[in-house]
Ligand binder design. Structure first.
Ligand code: NA7
Length: 547
């Protein structure tokens, strides 16, 4: 420890508030993590950068923002009483309804007073002698804590590509995940959108009818399933309230955090071409995500099966777009259905039939630079008043990379991960005792999960690990180096023969320093993941070091 750190350290010890646990983030995971740790009798302080709760549902207030998890799956699972009181109006609720729900939950369980809003954690340093973390914020707060949990989300740090001369553009520029609360005036404006994945699809289909002109800059076309989004009736709500006990075990034992009534999917080779087509039509007609992994048992492993689903999804695009050339540009040919995030769409493809919408294929004509009035591709200039970036996030590590996190011997988490990304179960990292995280790399929740289900399981496991550590009278707990190596090998095995591992980059992938590609999400399914987590817990956190 250098002398400055020593001085800083002793000042900190003298003045800092001391708690059992600090929770960073008040989104879906942070809210439940806070609730559970308080229930367990810990003193807890939560920090949230935003001035309200909801995480992604606070920040992503762009037009058309809506969840792709169908009713009744996207809500907290920790309280049956809460289920019995909850009301939903649509099968796929929109952002305002979800944000309001989080606010209701926080008030119902009196959690708000434990959260410090408008405050960003900037550093966290572990002190080996006291086995505590010192957490600092951008508001000058200093807190010492035994346990530190980052519920900061896997998709919270937005990315805006460094386009040439972007700073010259004189119109309004906005990223979908930093949409101002007061909105952005779009009616009658010329608008451009960069990005055509889950977010771009929602914003494009929503604003096309109100803007004067919409220019869509597309790099990679995406498959999308036509959403079926009826209003929720009193009967639906009555069913939901009676279904909690059945659904809870079922979603927690599923592949992706949903309960579907379709039974186990057949193998591709077990069906005739006509049976395959009928199955695809039937699954498609539900208008939700069941077609993603539920068509054929080998749909994400067998290239022939994957091509069959992809061909079907391309034909669905073709049917919705009048102009053949435009339809062709919208049809993915470089990846299989389901190897990137499959969004739901609600009129997206039909949007391109509108006279005021133009699709610019950046693969044909790359974006070269911006100027005062718009953007120039290799063949044309496009003028617009508002530029919307639906360009995604620094997935997996983005939020944590913003924080100076120092574990044993002052090792930096950011630098550790720059060497090579590694976690144990996506919840801990060797060398960072008592530090936990949710929605982080190498858990199913890093890519594929109905988040409330996965976060429920992870928050419980973390709280159980903390409880175990305390019951044992220990000060700290961390995975051993061997446990971490075992988990990384297990993760790697889950990708074997998986077509996702072979398909092109998306936010599901990360390219390591040495050029190797890794998939962020554990692909063994949340059932298997939970089994492994439960086994480690039941075995007294075998493979973890306590001290
Ligand atoms: P995504 O899924 O990361 O999509 C980002 C989009 O932005 C995608 O279409 C990208 O094209 C496009 N993009 C990114 N950089 C560029 C550049 N430089 N030029 C042109 N186009 C670019 O983010 P979303 O917000 O849509 O969704 C994130 C998740 O949030 C989603 O999966 C849900 O789970 C919720 P690309 O495909 O890279 O060619």
């Amino acid at each position: 420890m250098d002398s400055q750190m020593a001085r800083e350290g002793s000042a900190t010890h003298a003045t800092a508030e001391v708690v059992d646990a600090v929770v960073v983030g008040a989104g879906i995971s942070g809210i439940y993590q806070l609730y559970r740790l308080l229930e367990d009798g810990l003193t807890v302080k939560a920090f949230e950068a935003a001035d309200g709760v909801g995480g992604v549902w606070f920040w992503n207030r762009y037009p058309g923002a809506r969840v792709d998890s169908h009713f009744p799956h996207y809500q907290f699972w920790f309280s049956k009483a809460l289920w019995e009181e909850s009301n939903w109006t649509e099968r796929f609720p929109a952002q305002p309804e979800i944000e309001a729900y989080f606010n209701r939950v926080v008030d119902r369980f009196d959690l708000r007073r434990h959260i410090t809003f408008g405050t960003r954690v900037t550093s966290a340093k572990y002190d080996e002698d006291s086995a505590t973390w010192t957490v600092r914020t951008d508001q000058g707060e200093v807190v010492r804590t035994r346990f530190l949990i980052f519920n900061t989300g896997g998709l919270s740090q937005p990315v805006t590509p460094a386009f040439s001369a972007l700073e010259r553009f004189q119109g309004q520029t906005v990223h979908t995940s930093r949409w101002p609360r007061e909105g952005v005036p779009l009616a009658g404006k010329r608008v451009a959108v960069v990005g055509t994945a889950a977010t771009g699809i929602q914003v494009i289909q929503t604003i096309a009818p109100i803007v004067a002109q919409l220019t869509v800059f597309q790099r990679t076309p995406n498959y999308a399933v036509s959403m079926h989004n009826p209003k929720i009736t009193e009967d639906d709500l009555a069913w939901m309230r009676s279904a909690y006990d059945d659904l809870y075990p079922s979603v927690h034992a599923s592949l992706g955090g949903f309960h579907f009534d379709d039974g186990d999917p057949p193998l591709y080779d077990d069906l005739s071409p006509a049976e395959r087509e009928a199955r695809l039509e039937s699954l498609w007609s539900h208008g939700d995500l069941r077609i993603w992994a539920g068509t054929f048992a080998d749909g994400l492993f067998n290239p022939e099966a994957a091509e069959c689903i992809s061909d079907f999804a391309r034909r669905k695009i073709r049917e919705q777009v009048s102009d053949t050339r435009t339809a062709e540009k919208l049809m993915p040919r470089d990846h299989y259905f389901g190897t990137r995030r499959v969004p739901l769409e609600n009129g997206y493809f039909r949007t391109f039939d509108r006279d005021n919408v133009e699709l610019v294929d950046l693969r044909e004509t790359p974006l070269e630079s911006f100027d005062e009035t718009g953007a120039k591709t290799s063949t044309a200039h496009y003028a617009f008043d508002v530029l919307i970036f639906a360009t995604g996030f620094e997935a997996g590590t983005g939020a944590l990379d913003q924080i100076d996190i120092r574990g044993l011997r002052g090792a930096s988490l950011r630098e550790t991960w720059q060497e090579r990304l590694r976690t144990t179960l996506g919840m801990q990292v060797h060398g960072f005792p008592n530090l936990f995280m949710t929605m982080a790399p190498f858990a199913p929740s890093a890519t594929h999960c109905n988040v409330p289900v996965c976060s429920d399981q992870q928050c419980n496991w973390i709280a159980d690990a903390i409880a175990f550590d305390r019951e044992q009278g220990k000060a700290w707990l961390q995975p051993s180096r061997e446990t971490e190596a075992w988990w990384m090998a297990t993760h790697q095995q889950s990708l074997e023969s998986h077509l996702m591992a072979q398909n092109p980059a998306s936010w599901y992938h990360r390219v390591e320093r040495d050029g190797t590609d890794t998939v962020l999400g554990y692909q063994g399914g949340i059932d298997e993941y939970r089994r492994v987590c439960d086994e480690l817990r039941a075995g007294g956190f075998r493979g973890f070091e306590l001290g």
